[in-house]
Design a protein around this ligand. Structure first.
Ligand SMILES: [Zn+2]
Length: 348
């Protein structure tokens, strides 16, 4: 079933890629280039599509898989849509922050499950009954739904997890008070949990305390929003004044915040899946000028400006990546507050 979910996300990405290609005119424009056919004969046979893939315009299903961006290569503003509701696993009492589920011997009332419908196509359908585990992995949850399982039963949370969750909530509310005191405008949404991903009390910033607007929507941990607010007020605004001829900053942002996805280069999920990361794609100045994050000609004012705000982000944020780090970060700054093993910063 993991495969199905991947195919669904892949299908969505292909759709987006196809739409982008169409919008950017990479397909043969009418009359511009005499192309005999949009579907060359040597095109490989189209593999069977997943059932949920909608009918697509011609050519979209021929996009090569290699074009799918990996890891942090998040196309700004186009996060992959969530998987269909029926494939979203609902783990029992998922701990906050994706903390490793403790195999606590919770006394889950395990009545025999004669009514459990055999999952269609499940290889486990004929397996002998097993005692219900305290934690159901997402894979298992997809193939062996337990409709009778109570949601977030307190019996499945250990005292240590309860204390940790309480501390996290306390920290989040303290952070929200600090953000309010600074003068930032924001809303706090309901906590998110999908598989290993999730955000406790996600913050949607409306305006930074410095008066700067927010490009795009944000969903992130309050501590990430706080770091972003500090960085915009203490680094981006003064750097624009200093390096861009006294310019005033109108808005900052334009990249992904919370996105549930795997990290390609390492094991585990991306910091975006924990709500601790924010991508910044652009800085808009009053008067209409827009500084896009990308490699600039050395020595230009935009090059100096981007170098300065990138350097200054290392501190409020623990990880700073961007153009020059690798191909995935060529068009945005990736900023996250994830604690490193030894507390050191990771700024490349
Ligand atoms: Zn990122």
């Amino acid at each position: 079933m993991m495969q199905t979910r991947s195919m669904g996300a892949l299908g969505a990405l292909l759709l987006i890629l196809g739409a982008t290609m169409s919008a950017s005119g990479q397909e043969p424009a009418a009359g511009a280039v005499p192309v005999p056919s949009q579907k060359p004969d040597e095109a490989p046979a189209t593999p069977p599509k997943p059932a949920e893939a909608p009918a697509t315009a011609s050519g979209e299903d021929q996009a090569p898989e290699a074009a799918v961006p990996a890891d942090e290569a998040d196309a700004p503003g186009t996060p992959p849509p969530p998987p269909p509701a029926e494939t979203v696993p609902v783990p029992e009492a998922a701990p906050p922050h994706g903390a490793a589920p403790s195999p606590a011997p919770a006394p889950v009332p395990t009545a025999p499950e004669p009514a459990l419908p055999p999952a269609a196509g499940s290889p486990d359908a004929s397996a002998p009954p097993q005692p219900a585990p305290a934690y159901v992995s997402p894979e298992k949850a997809r193939t062996e739904p337990e409709p009778d399982a109570p949601e977030a039963s307190p019996a499945t949370v250990t005292p240590a997890e309860s204390a940790e969750a309480a501390a996290a909530i306390e920290d989040a509310t303290a952070c929200e008070a600090e953000l309010t005191k600074r003068g930032a405008e924001f809303e706090v949404g309901p906590s998110l949990s999908e598989g290993a991903c999730g955000v406790l009390r996600p913050v949607e910033l409306k305006r930074f305390s410095s008066g700067v607007a927010v490009l795009g929507q944000t969903k992130m941990l309050c501590r990430a929003a706080l770091a972003l607010d500090v960085w915009v007020g203490e680094a981006v605004v003064p750097a624009a004044k200093a390096e861009l001829g006294g310019a005033s900053v109108e808005a900052v942002g334009g990249g992904s915040t919370y996105v549930c996805r795997d990290r390609a280069s390492e094991n585990g999920i991306s910091e975006h899946g924990r709500g601790s990361a924010v991508d910044v794609a652009a800085v808009a100045l009053k008067g209409g000028r827009r500084i896009v994050v990308e490699p600039k000609a050395p020595g230009t004012d935009e090059d100096r400006f981007l170098a300065e705000i990138r350097r200054a982000a290392c501190g409020p944020f623990k990880t700073v990546l961007g153009p020059g780090t690798d191909a995935d970060h060529a068009d945005h700054l990736h900023l996250d507050i994830a604690a490193r093993n030894n507390g050191s910063l990771y700024c490349r």
